[in-house]
Structures are given as structure tokens and as C-alpha cells.
Design a protein around this ligand. Structure first.
Ligand SMILES: Nc1ncnc2c1ncn2[C@@H]1O[C@H](COP(=O)(O)OP(=O)(O)OP(=O)(O)O)[C@@H](O)[C@H]1O
Ligand SMILES: [Mg+2]
Length: 223
């Protein structure tokens, strides 16, 4: 379902060019559980951002369900992202002035008319319950622990029921207990049939997944 074909990405900053990805060809099947592994600066986040259509290849092509993202307009790209991709970041990225459930409903805005207001809230509450946070739905991010913030971010990623979950070092800021809780949720999403890609430096994550994609200097090593 996810096909990267000879993808390259170059960042240019005042004179120097950084080749973040070099000729990366990669297929991810629907339902696959994949770890992305590699040293700092090897291109892991760049790869994830391209798969999530937050960034775009300079060269090569990205096909999702056989369709090239290249041909999409800006509006089609934001719709594509909202419908198909759930993002989980290391730093949670919750909006500070919105309550937990209000953060969770945000992605529904970008799909148009799928839910009315009451349905959106009901769905957000159900997702918060799934991540064990029913009691925290009215809290602001500043009133939550890091692990709780990340669980809100996971609920938010699931709001539009995307097929693909992209997690960029989702437990990077968390202690061991919270790390385990988040990994258990990712495992559960995989068992529900989601396609899960997780960037991590943690060997435990690599052991948990079916497949490891290794990057070095923007190039794919073994898989
Ligand atoms: N927006 C940008 N502008 C310029 N250079 C960038 C940009 N984003 C990333 N880079 C460079 O591209 C390379 C790959 O970055 P990337 O963030 O993908 O690495 P990473 O594998 O995720 O590293 P880390 O484990 O530290 O998060 C790095 O050398 C980085 O400095
Ligand atoms: Mg990174």
C-alpha cells in the first residue's frame, strides 16, 4: 500500500546541501508492523514525514494504494493525510489551550462532514477511554503527565480511523512504565489491522515489530 520508489530528499541551507534520503525504495504492506532504525541524522524522521505527506520527495515517487501523491493538489493532500494517516510525535504536539477531548477531535475538522459536534465528542470520549483516560477528558495538556499527553496524542491520531499510524520516537520523552503502556497500545493497533511504522532507538521496539528498516546516511541498509 505504501511504495517509495527511488526517493531522494535534499535539504538546502545557505550553500550546504544535506542529502537526507538517497534513492530509497521501500514497500510497506497493509497491516505491517515496522520499526525504523538508524543513527541520529540518518533520515528516519524525513522518511516518516514523506510517508505522512508532511514532506515530499525531490526525486522519485511515493505511491499510496497505487496512486502517486505527486499528482495531488494541496487540498487533496490535507484530505489524504486526514483520512489515511495518524501521527504520533515524540513531543506530543497537543494544543495547550484545548482540553484533552478537544485535542482529540481536531483531525475530524479536516475530513469535512463526517461527524457532527455531538458525534465528534462522543467518539473522542470513546477513544480516550480506549487509552485509559476517561477521567482526564476535561484536562488541559498542562494538567496531564507526559505519558497521559502521549495517550491523548494517540487518541487524536485515531480520530479519523486512519489505516496508517506513524510514530516518531513516541516514547522518547517517557519513563519505562509509560514506554510500556505506549508500546502496548501500538501493538494493539497492529493487532486490529493498522499499518504501524515506529521510529525508535529502543531495541525492545525492534523486537516487538515484524520488520526493521535500517537507515544509514539516508540510505536503506538491510530490511
Ligand atoms: N528542515 C530541514 N532543513 C535542513 N536540514 C534538515 C531538515 N530536516 C532534516 N535535515 C537534515 O537531514 C538529515 C536527516 O534528518 P532526520 O531528521 O530525518 O534524521 P533522524 O534520523 O530523524 O535523526 P534523529 O534520530 O536525530 O531524530 C539530518 O542531517 C538533518 O540535519
Ligand atoms: Mg528524527
Amino acid at each position: 500500500m505504501i511504495q517509495l520508489q527511488h526517493v531522494s530528499k535534499v535539504f538546502r541551507k545557505t550553500g550546504t546541501a544535506v542529502h537526507a534520503l538517497k534513492d530509497v525504495t521501500l514497500d510497506i504492506r497493509a497491516g505491517e508492523f515496522t520499526a525504523i532504525w538508524g543513527p541520529s541524522g540518518s533520515g528516519k524522521s524525513t522518511l516518516l514525514n514523506i510517508i505522512g505527506a508532511l514532506d515530499f520527495p525531490d526525486d522519485g515517487d511515493y505511491l499510496f494504494n497505487g496512486e502517486s501523491i505527486r499528482r495531488f493538489s494541496d487540498l487533496e493532500i490535507s484530505r489524504f493525510r486526514a483520512a489515511n494517516i495518524g501521527f504520533i510525535f515524540q513531543s506530543y504536539n497537543l494544543l495547550p489551550n484545548l482540553r484533552a477531548w478537544e485535542n482529540v477531535v481536531l483531525p475530524a475538522r479536516y475530513t469535512g462532514k463526517r461527524f457532527n459536534k455531538a458525534e465528534s465528542k462522543a467518539r473522542a470520549m470513546k477513544l480516550l477511554e480506549q487509552v485509559g483516560l476517561s477521567e482526564r477528558s476535561e484536562h488541559l495538556p498542562s494538567e496531564l503527565s507526559g505519558g497521559e499527553e502521549q495517550r491523548v496524542a494517540i487518541a487524536r491520531a485515531l480520530m479519523n480511523d486512519p489505516q496508517v499510524i506513524l510514530a516518531d520516537e513516541p516514547t522518547g520523552n517517557l519513563d519505562t512504565n509509560n514506554h510500556q503502556v505506549i508500546l502496548a497500545i501500538l501493538r494493539e493497533l497492529h493487532s486490529q489491522g493498522k499499518t504501524v511504522l515506529v521510529v525508535s532507538h529502543n531495541p525492545e521496539v525492534v523486537e516487538m515489530t515484524e520488520r526493521t528498516v535500517r537507515l544509514r546516511d539516508g540510505q536503506l541498509e538491510e530490511q
